[in-house]
Design a protein around this ligand. Structure first.
Ligand SMILES: Cc1cc2nc3c(=O)[nH]c(=O)nc-3n(C[C@H](O)[C@H](O)[C@H](O)COP(=O)(O)OP(=O)(O)OC[C@H]3O[C@@H](n4cnc5c(N)ncnc54)[C@H](O)[C@@H]3O)c2cc1C
Length: 370
């Protein structure tokens, strides 16, 4: 079957959908193939935190990529709203990273120093100032680092807006269709196979999250991407507890505009197992109630589980797979796929149009861990 589309994106999570939008905006006609439903895997479980400053540990290439992507969100929100009418629910109150020990405090003060030197806003609040700014909501703290420019969105709204906007610009999304193989002619991609037949295209992008490594094996490449299970609890809240996202070691709480509070997230390496566990829920809930005691009184709305696409060095992969012309990947975003979705879309759209990206892609090359 000769497709009327010029690029096939495999995987309809936030990464595949962002690439579809940015590629369509550049004049491509992307076709997105999704095995289940759009956004039904890691993307549906994610918190939607745009935590460039709160998540990254040092001023490296990943940190700068995160800042660049986060800073695309305000324009992206306006553009998606204009094209699709859908609001991605960008919340800009900022993130409070609490210090819960003396050691923590020292590390956060060091983080404040390097982030300020990097030109970012990072404001130290002593415990008393924290309570004055955010309310007397916390267990004992050693102060907090306030990051006013780290924001959040609602993943489902972002996904819907990307899909609706990309569709208006000429992209097509096909659900319940699995890529089962890649068609090659010599060293060049000619299309993919699905249970419903073949799709002929000149460029294929593997953006299948934690499953991308399995797909790359179809053409003999062992892309080292592995699943990292994350569990989270959505709590019911009738009135907003705080407008701020609150983050500590391994646990964070996000107030959502829907009235829910998202409490995340575990990090578990246990293969493709997606079972929600009582142990995971118990750990999250007891930690959340310790950090913010008023949360202990809230009801549980739902228990979310997703498999993040991990890489050994924590960096994503962008680019062509070695030795195969026209076969690209964008994956390995681990905890930051939503944060990095806009920049990933822009990078892949540049690669497709053979435009040199303004970003040094060497640290994210597919070859680095092969
Ligand atoms: C609990 C939790 C909290 C998180 N919090 C945040 C956060 O606050 N901020 C942030 O930036 N990130 C967060 N993340 C990470 C983020 O959700 C992921 O990095 C992101 O969703 C990855 O997107 P993706 O499109 O690569 O993968 P996915 O969303 O998993 O999408 C991949 C898609 O590929 C499809 N697929 C697989 N195989 C095939 C095939 N053969 N053919 C067709 N389709 C196929 C799958 O069905 C799936 O829909 C969190 C993740 C979890 C689990």
């Amino acid at each position: 079957m000769k497709s009327t589309h010029d690029v096939c994106i495999v995987g309809g999570g936030v990464i595949g959908c962002a690439i579809a939008f940015f590629a369509a905006r550049k004049g491509f006609r992307p076709l997105v193939i999704e095995r289940n439903e759009l956004g039904s895997q890691s993307t549906q479980a994610g918190a939607g935190m745009l935590g460039a400053q709160v998540e990254m540990e040092k001023p490296d290439a990943l940190y700068r990529l995160g800042i660049a992507s986060r800073d695309m969100y305000k324009d992206l929100q306006a553009e998606l709203k204009e094209i699709s009418g859908i609001d991605i629910e960008l919340q800009t109150a900022g993130i409070l990273r609490l210090a819960v020990s003396e050691d923590d405090r020292n590390q956060l003060l060091a983080r404040q120093k390097w982030q300020t030197e990097e030109g970012q806003r990072a404001i130290w609040l002593e415990d008393e100032e924290l309570r004055k700014e955010a309310g007397d909501l916390f267990g004992s703290t050693y102060g907090a680092l306030y990051l006013p420019d780290d924001h959040q969105v609602r993943n489902q709204a972002l996904l819907q807006a990307l899909v609706a906007s990309a569709t208006k610009l000429g992209a097509k999304f096909v659900q319940h269709t699995e890529m089962t193989g890649i068609i090659l002619q010599g060293d060049t991609v000619k299309g993919i196979t699905t249970p419903h037949g073949q799709i002929a295209v000149d460029a294929v992008i593997l953006a299948a999250g934690a499953w991308t490594g399995i797909l790359s094996r179809h053409c003999g490449v062992e892309l080292p991407v592995f699943p990292v299970k994350g569990q989270a609890i959505m709590a019911e809240s009738r009135s907003p507890v705080t407008p701020f996202t609150v983050f500590t070691h391994g646990t964070y709480m996000l107030p959502k505009l829907t009235g829910h509070i998202y409490i995340g997230a575990t990090m578990e390496r246990c293969g493709f197992d997606k079972t929600p566990s009582l142990e995971g829920a118990a750990r999250l809930l007891s930690r959340a109630a310790e950090i913010m005691p008023p949360l202990g009184k809230l009801g549980v709305h739902s228990h979310l589980v997703g498999l993040r696409p991990g890489s050994e060095d924590g960096y994503p992969f962008f680019g062509e797979l070695p030795g195969i012309k026209g076969l690209y990947t964008a994956t390995g975003h681990l905890r930051n796929g939503v944060l990095l979705a806009p920049i990933t879309g822009a990078i892949l759209a540049d690669l497709l149009s053979e435009k040199v990206s303004g970003i040094d892609l060497a640290p994210f090359s597919v070859n680095r861990l092969l």
